[in-house]
Design a protein around this ligand. Structure first.
Ligand code: COA
Ligand code: ADP
Length: 571
């Protein structure tokens, strides 16, 4: 969550930590609105379009508070609406800047709803939008940095860099998951759902900078999408989620906005509606402003989703969109599973495939970043400045080992990110092979470890290693490790298949020659036997392993970087 809650908010958000009572994020902007009949659809529920307008303006004001200049909406990440909001309720929106990059900022937006009569509050949605400071005559604006103050802010700051990476490659990941266009009897021709509608951009639709409010465009898009969805089901559809979308170009007062929508595909209980917004002035050619994909459901009187009719796509573009909608649905499901909204719920071994690689990689790195931003580690043991810390939470035991080495951070990162070299210092690594070099930053390995007991079997692990260079000086280098399952590498008789939930290295540059290396591990039962005696203070094997690591790094501090690219030759 992005907010610190007030005492009246529901139990979903932790209250302010001790000593934080008076702190308020300087970029925080709040908006509260009573939902009136003029904001609602014919079912008496707040229209999502209206909500998007409020969210966009609150977020824009927060971005401008940080940037001290005009800002525009560049994109909005996926939004999943958990609840509808009725007339008479109060909507509370809080926005704050999580992180500034060069000219862009991530703004976190939390929407809650409040029932004035019962004093109840609940979460409606949580969104991330990117705002860009408008270019000046001098060129691109260089924003000042955000300095996170609380642990929660530190966490959002750290995750913002990871979300940005995902945002910028989003367009590339709609892989064509080829699937046949199945013919259904009684399918509704998609053509029947087509909507085209024009809007003239007037001053009330524009913001204080005379360009069209991004929220207004989203509201118009939601309107035509709802009509298209209603035409398929002849009922009132409920908008469940909006996929990440990007404002490709600006729009101004006087523009004619042409909004086009059609149902791209209908699944059993949900349908995807695609909407495209184009603008023109006078006889000028159309400018593509935005495209969005929205998922609708139809709820029965018990609020259970109804079965929807199937769709018969139009030839060519219709067929292509029909298939792409299937791919997007798969990606959406993968993402929902992998990027759990609760940060503590890291699922065990997730199946790896190329279509969910980006989300697994995101999840892998985010889990490590979360451990790295925790500030309640307890120092358990220390030997020659190598420190072992533990953290017990939600019945999980995590540990970290911290040390300093006299090797540059970049070199340390290169040396540690090739897991095949780990056996040079870690006796638990009996063997390690690359299974798949998914891309420059993601590698799948099989690691075998010797048995802890004399007669027992050794363990093996299928690990996804995701590495990241710092986005700027505010980040460490990271090497995140987690287990995945691979159909080509099932467990074998000779080894017990172990699982790593979350482990890896954070590497901070302290100076050009001194680096702080922190190793993290969320201990699963398979890992515990290796560390439990250390934690109990009965041994210090962590020390021998990490001083061996330090010797390994120092012995190789001047070696060329060529080896680190060797891994990339594997396919
Ligand atoms: N999601 C998030 N951020 C994005 C993005 C996306 N899909 N595409 C670009 N950006 C970010 C870039 O990362 C960059 O950030 P940085 O400066 O912090 O590194 C910033 O936008 C500017 O990128 P740049 O390459 O200089 O410009 P661009 O040619 O890619 O233009 C916009 C990006 C957003 C400025 C441009 O597409 C635009 O003007 N869109 C219309 C915005 C608008 O008018 N919105 C209101 C509704 S009409
Ligand atoms: P794509 O065709 O790759 O999906 P577009 O930006 O062309 O991307 O369109 C986005 C969505 O808008 C489409 O998926 C479709 O649902 C809808 N759309 C596009 N053009 C039309 C149109 N002429 N009529 C109705 N809907 C359209």
């Amino acid at each position: 969550t992005i907010l610190r809650s007030s005492s009246r908010e529901n139990g979903q958000h932790p209250g302010p930590a001790e000593g934080e009572e008076t702190y308020r994020n300087p970029t925080e902007v709040k908006m509260s609105q009573i939902v009136l009949p003029c904001h609602a659809n014919h079912c008496g529920e707040l229209s999502v379009g209206q909500l998007l307008k409020w969210m966009d303006s609150t977020a824009c004001l927060s971005a401008e508070r940080h940037a001290s200049c005009s800002c525009i909406t560049a994109s909005v990440d996926d939004i999943h609406f958990e609840h509808t909001i009725g007339v008479g309720n109060v909507v509370n929106i809080i926005a704050k800047v999580n992180r500034a990059f060069t000219s862009s900022m991530e703004v976190g937006i939390m929407v809650t709803c409040e029932d004035l009569y019962t004093d109840r509050q609940w979460k409606v949605c949580h969104a991330f939008a990117t705002f860009v400071a408008k270019r000046t005559e001098a060129g691109k604006v260089q924003l000042k940095q955000v300095f996170p103050h609380t642990q929660m802010e530190q966490m959002e700051y750290s995750l913002a860099a990871e979300r940005r990476r995902m945002r910028l490659i989003h367009a590339e990941i709609i892989t064509d998951l080829l699937s046949k266009c199945q013919e259904y009897q009684d399918a509704v021709p998609a053509e029947r759902t087509r909507v085209e509608s024009v809007e003239l951009v007037l001053p009330p639709h524009a913001n204080h900078q005379v360009s069209t409010f991004g929220g207004q465009i989203m509201a118009w898009m939601e309107n035509v999408a709802t009509i298209a969805a209603s035409r398929l089901c002849n009922a009132h559809p409920t908008l469940r989620s909006i996929d990440m979308f990007h404002f490709r170009g600006p729009s101004h007062i006087g523009d004619r906005l042409v909004l086009k929508a059609i149902v791209n595909n209908a699944f059993k209980h949900s349908m995807e509606v695609g909407v495209c917004a184009e603008a023109y002035q006078g006889g000028e050619p159309l400018r593509h402003i935005n495209s969005a994909f929205m998922t609708f459901e139809v709820l029965d009187s018990d609020r259970k989703p109804c079965t929807l009719p199937r769709i018969r796509p139009e030839p060519v573009d219709g067929k292509r969109r029909y298939k792409e909608a299937i791919a997007r649905k798969k990606i959406r499901l993968d993402r929902k599973y992998i990027i759990s909204s609760k940060h503590t719920e890291v699922p065990l071994s997730v199946p790896w495939d190329s279509s969910n690689q980006m989300y697994l990689s995101y999840n892998n790195v985010s889990a490590l970043k979360l451990m790295d931003t925790r500030n309640n580690w307890i120092l358990t043991s220390e030997k020659n400045k190598v420190r072992l810390y533990t953290l017990e939470e939600n019945q999980m035991l995590s540990f970290k080992v911290e040390m300093h080495v006299s090797v540059g951070a970049g070199q340390t990162f290169h040396l540690l990110s090739d897991l095949r070299r780990r056996k040079e210092w870690d006796q638990h690594y009996e063997s390690c092979e690359v299974i798949n070099q998914a891309d420059e930053d993601d590698t799948l390995y099989r690691v075998a470890t010797p048995s802890v007991s004399k007669r027992g079997k050794g363990q093996d692990f299928i690990l996804l290693a995701s590495r990241r260079k710092p986005c700027d000086a505010g980040d460490p280098y990271l090497i995140a490790l987690r287990s995945v399952t691979l159909p080509t590498h099932p467990p074998t008789e000779d080894y017990t298949r172990g699982e790593v939930l979350c482990a890896g290295f954070a590497i901070w540059e302290e100076s050009s020659t001194v680096t702080k290396v922190t190793y993290y591990n969320k201990a699963t039962p398979g890992v515990l036997p290796y560390i439990s005696t250390d934690i109990a203070g009965l041994s210090s094997s962590f020390y021998s392993a990490f001083s061996a690591c330090s010797h390994f790094l120092e012995a190789n501090k001047d070696s060329t970087l060529m080896y680190s690219f060797r891994a990339m030759q594997y396919h």
